[in-house]
Ligand binder design. Sequence first.
Ligand SMILES: C[S@@+](CC[C@H](N)C(=O)[O-])C[C@H]1O[C@@H](n2cnc3c(N)ncnc32)[C@H](O)[C@@H]1O
Length: 457
Amino acid sequence: MKGFVPTPDNVVDLMVGKLFAERPASASARVLDPGCGNGEFIAGVLRICAARRWPIPIIVGVELDPARATTARKRFRAVEQVTIRNIDFLQPSRERFDFIIGNPPYVSILELSAEERLTYRSTYRTATGRFDLYVLFFEQALRLLAHEGRIVFITPEKFLYVETAKSLRELLRAVHVDELHFANESTFEGRVAYPLISTIERTTNKDRTRIIARDGRVSTSAIHVSSTWLPIIEGFVGDTATVTLADIAVRVSCGVATGADAVFVMPTNEIPSELLKFAHPTLSGRQISPARTLDQQSSLLAPYDGTGALLAEPNLGALGQFLREPSRLERLQARSCVTHKPWYAFHDNLPLPDIRRPKLLCKDITASPFFVIDRDGTIVPRQSVYYIVPLNPNDLEPLADYLNSPIVATWLRAHCQRAAGGFLRLQSHVLKRIPLPASFAPVSGFNENIELELRPA
Ligand SMILES: C[S@@+](CC[C@H](N)C(=O)[O-])C[C@H]1O[C@@H](n2cnc3c(N)ncnc32)[C@H](O)[C@@H]1O
């Protein structure tokens, strides 16, 4: 059955504490646990009531899975205030609850049937793009939440920044996000990436959100936008920088995709002499190390001239012979790009005049982004590397220092998409927006060749 990940008791107790932090449970209050599983949150509510001598409220658990619903029913059969319903929480309902607590299912749209997708798309505003069930659980919980009611949910943090959850962020703007508590990554023993405990209140008289970071830092922020919330949470309120990386760079791009690195890339010391004139030192993301030394042990054989134009087949010479070797030829012809390109072309174009300049390089996916300098400008980076070519080569060193500073690391953490395992996915449209100190502002009419034109007096 969909998305079963039980919540450990310590997290349950933490969340139940947040649920009743402003108002204790009372006998007439209605508490809902949607997707209650075996009833961990219900047990948590009963624990706090016993410990604090509060009356037990009316508690409803909703669970789609019949076996788990039966387990929960048996578990609480002695408590008359608890009802377990074996129904779909996402069905229309007119009920109202004062407290809603849960760990909704994390199920991607891809795991739903075509019929389910269609139903959800027609009834849920948040069912857009590649939505996830927990986003729909949020929307339904908001619909069922009574005035002054409170929701505490633990979910992946992704809804804070992914485009598909924009409509959920819009809905949340109509209520009060009281707290965002970034829970320890090991909460679910690696089964849920980046869990977040959100506390939501239906009230109009508060507007600050308390943010508890994973390192324990506590801050407050006002969240008023539906675009990504991460920058606000990380303390970047609006992008006010007047100079960005795009303003001072000829290029901020992804390295070249050949579509057949196994053919075009080889260890530099194994290149036959007749192919040397086609060879460029090259790097993949894995070869860029935080030690800042560039490992240039491989070369890229490029069927392109110095202007970046693809060589005509008769001009390939020794490289043509090399590439026509049957196993290589077969591999090259199997690439999807060659339906509209010559069989020996790279998947991407090769803007060599821009690439073969002094530049900065960084890995595309990394836990902590770092930028290394290619001073000679000889390296042709491959697609797992981003490269930044400053307009002014004199910016190279200060730019590397700045991009490797903690402030940029924080900015990137706030703006980059997350890849698996806690890694950040760098993308050129994000890199281009990195705010820079005004000292990097390009001098108007700046000409990169100006130094070459200066003559001693
Ligand atoms: C992440 S588990 C959490 C279980 C429990 N609340 C806990 O924290 O231990 C989510 C639960 O939601 C249930 N579920 C999935 N889709 C549901 C739906 N449409 N309506 C009700 N329950 C659903 C799953 O069967 C699963 O038991």
